[in-house]
Design a protein around this ligand. Sequence first.
Ligand code: NAD
Ligand code: DAU
Length: 341
Amino acid sequence: MKKIFVTGGAGFIGSAFIRLVLEETPDIEIINYDALTYAGNLENLQGLDATRHRFVKGDICDKETVLRNLPEETEAIFNFAAESHVDRSISSASEFVTTNVLGTQILLDAARAKNVVRFVQISTDEVMGSLPEDDAAVFNESSPLKPNSPYAASKAAAEHFVRAARETFGTDTVITRCGNNYGQRQFPEKLIPLMIANALNDESLPVYGDGRNVRDWIFVEDHARAVWLAYAKGKAGGIYNIGAKNERRNIEVVKAILDALGKPHSLIKFVADRPGHDRRYAIDAALAGNELGWKPQTRWEEGLRKTVNWYRENQDWVNRIRNGAYRDYYREMYGAGLKSL
Ligand code: NAD
Ligand code: DAU
């Protein structure tokens, strides 16, 4: 059995990645290392094969605990652990610097100390900033890093430390930069699960600004598969953009959710814009296609239907989150007066 060390595996994308690896790769054993912040959820790991998956509660910023739990000559570290929400980084950036930058450096040091074979950093298209609206421009791997939010800045900084480890110490690194993920088990502060959860409760749907910002959406399982292929087939030092050529304006996404649930568009409420709100993301994933043999498998209509159905069938999952870790933040962001609180 080969061992891999996955950080942030109790979150949205990390848990989808672990599910995929356990299902499709019989000779892999996973150590899932996660601090269980507000976004980490052990319910996301229910039903996993316990003989090949071991959960360890730990912080990537805690060097001793990382070293104690990282086996010598682990095949790969997959670093999904992060503070991941842009709005939270605008309210308070320091946790983003700590986890996303310092935490990544601590993992890079540990990888070197334990002779880890490959380090895979899960980055984001947001490091490349914003594209002009109604334009043919797309992000590719040579696009300059121009992060606009504190979250994006912390992820760009992390990328620089990954690059520095490769240049300075010869660490075998791969970086993936994906666009906006959607799918089951996404924390209900992000656009799609927030809108589904609000619509199910007949609460208003807060759309920032004019709602015409564009995101390039990808189903989470397609991203998970791309990360695996980047590990298995990517060049040392490689950077791979991951996207499904699925640009949508926010307002179009929100209306599609309301239509899928049979709810009226009158639930939409335009609210103040996000400061520094990136206008448009669009990803050219040709390199991942050519070098990794990756292509997305889930069409938007199918992925959105699966996602809406999952949230409809798992309203208890959302309510447990809303009544716990998410409650104060939700009140602060959207005010009281929403029925479920
Ligand atoms: P998430 O917020 O759902 O999960 C993050 C996980 O990391 C949680 O389980 C949390 O407990 C854990 N974590 C946070 N701080 C930690 C720490 N200090 N030590 C150990 N664990 C810690 O995030 P997600 O949406 O699943 O994103 C996963 C990764 O993918 C992140 O690195 C993010 O930047 C990147 N990414 C996300 C998207 C997206 O659309 N969500 C797109 C591209 C890239
Ligand atoms: O592009 C990849 C990134 O996508 C990831 O790196 C981040 O971790 C992930 O959070 C996501 O960032 P965004 O800021 O694009 O995602 P979010 O779901 O917060 O917002 C998507 C769009 O919807 C954005 O234009 C802001 C808008 N929005 C969001 C919320 C939460 C609203 O209009 N209303 C809302 O209530």
